[in-house]
Design a protein around this ligand. Structure first.
Ligand code: PMP
Ligand code: GLU
Length: 397
């Protein structure tokens, strides 16, 4: 059967694949614990669910404009002003089926075949595949654990070629919770501006920042920064709305129009009822987010302490988002339960098989010395996961 080269080159999302494996084990009645997919374990707040119910009852069930309802675009503008100090017009906003879809639109709109997009590693697993799907070429620039996984502006500049079109900046970061300071961001943005690049700023975790760290949008540095930046965001993480599939972009008018055109032929509008719910989410207060943040901090602190007290593994303290990257480099070459660990995939496989704990190998995130734990899960599961890790490492399972 013929399958295009492009399709064959795409690997499945490891975050979603781990989740499927975990659910299959649960379905067999096994006491599996999942730290795979990053999605808040909290339910969507009541006021948001009520807005969806009202939309349904009022027959808001038809096509909306392909790039989103005027109400939701206005709500996005309101949010961007309130949270980020940014002034956008509704015509500069495109509402899509989650931030993942927004990113697909972005790369389709800015990449000609062979255009390069710089991605600092470790990175969220879908960036490379999304760029490839848009006929672009992902160019990886590595960062180190010692530098807090922060991109060095000189390393970024060295990776720029005449084909470079954009850089992706993701702060707070998936997979390691790194948060750039405003100064860090400005230094990166200055390099991008000097070379006429787009800055794709993925801000989906903006409200999940801890210990006095703050989130700054690159677009807020001034008009020329705003012109170069494509802000990508979603209601998925902030409002525990991963299943509703609403994300959005804010960018210059002509680019927004190009993305709206693409979307008008690919998916048409995102779900009308989910758009009504997202409007309520963005216009409402952030009290539910504050509650989630409190729980995330408690979980993160617990995991950080437990992991660093164990022999053979370690992690740095995440400053935001809900992920911990655990360094397993010292375990490589060792044998666990008759199986040798050579890669992060090996570790994740043996750990799942023996301890029934699902974690994501960071092979797909651009650094094979790590595995990722999502702490967007209950404290009970976290305690279980940490206890099992301890036993697993001691060979006591
Ligand atoms: N960007 C990052 C950094 C993410 O972790 C995710 C997680 N899914 C997304 C984008 C996509 O979000 P959404 O669920 O809104 O598509
Ligand atoms: N972004 C989340 C994660 O990294 C959700 C799954 C996905 O879309 O990749 O786990």
């Amino acid at each position: 059967m013929f399958i295009s080269k492009k399709a064959l080159a795409v690997s499945p999302s490891s975050t979603l694949a781990i989740n499927s494996k975990f659910k299959a084990l649960k379905a067999q009645g096994l006491d599996a614990v999942g730290f795979g997919t990053g999605e808040p374990d909290f339910d969507t707040p009541e006021n948001i669910k009520n807005a969806a119910k009202a939309a349904l009852d009022n027959g808001f069930t038809k096509y909306t404009p392909a790039s989103g309802t005027p109400e939701l675009k206005k709500a996005v503008c309101y949010k961007l002003k309130r949270d980020n100090g940014l002034d956008y017009e509704p015509s500069q906003i495109v509402i899509s089926n989650g931030a993942k879809h927004s990113l697909m639109n972005v790369f389709t709109a800015i990449c000609d075949p062979g255009d390069e997009v710089i991605i600092p590693a470790p990175y969220w697993v879908s960036y490379t595949e999304l760029v490839r799907l848009a006929d672009g070429v992902p160019v990886i620039v590595h960062t180190t654990e010692e530098s807090g996984f922060k991109l060095n502006p000189d390393d970024f500049e060295k990776a720029i070629t005449p084909k470079t079109r954009a850089i992706i900046v993701n702060s707070p970061s998936n997979p390691n919770g790194m948060v750039y300071s405003a100064e860090d961001l400005k230094a990166i943005a200055d390099v991008a501006l000097r070379h006429g690049l787009y800055i794709v700023s993925d801000e989906v975790y903006e409200h999940l920042v801890y210990d006095g760290h703050t989130h700054t949008s690159i677009a807020s540095f001034g008009p020329e920064y705003k012109e170069a930046t494509i802000v990508v965001n979603a209601v998925s993480k902030t409002y525990a709305m991963t299943g509703w599939r609403i994300g959005y972009t804010a960018c210059s008018g002509p680019l927004a129009k190009a993305m709206a055109n693409i979307q008008s032929h690919s998916t048409s509008n995102p779900n009308s009822i989910a758009q009504a719910a997202a409007t309520e989410a963005l216009m409402g207060d952030l009290s539910a987010v504050a509650e989630m943040r409190k729980a995330f901090i408690e979980r993160r602190n617990y995991m950080y302490k437990r992991i660093n007290a164990m022999e053979g593994v370690s992690c740095t303290l995440p400053e935001g988002a809900f992920y911990i990257m655990m360094n397993i480099s010292k375990l490589k070459g060792k044998t666990f339960y008759g199986k040798r660990v050579e890669t992060s995939d090996d570790f994740a496989d043996i750990f799942l098989e023996k301890a029934l704990v699902a974690v994501v190998p960071c092979s797909g995130f651009g650094n094979d010395d790590f595995i990722r734990w999502s702490y967007a899960t209950s404290m009970e599961s976290i305690v279980k996961g940490m206890d099992r890790l301890e036993k697993f490492l001691k060979g006591e399972l």
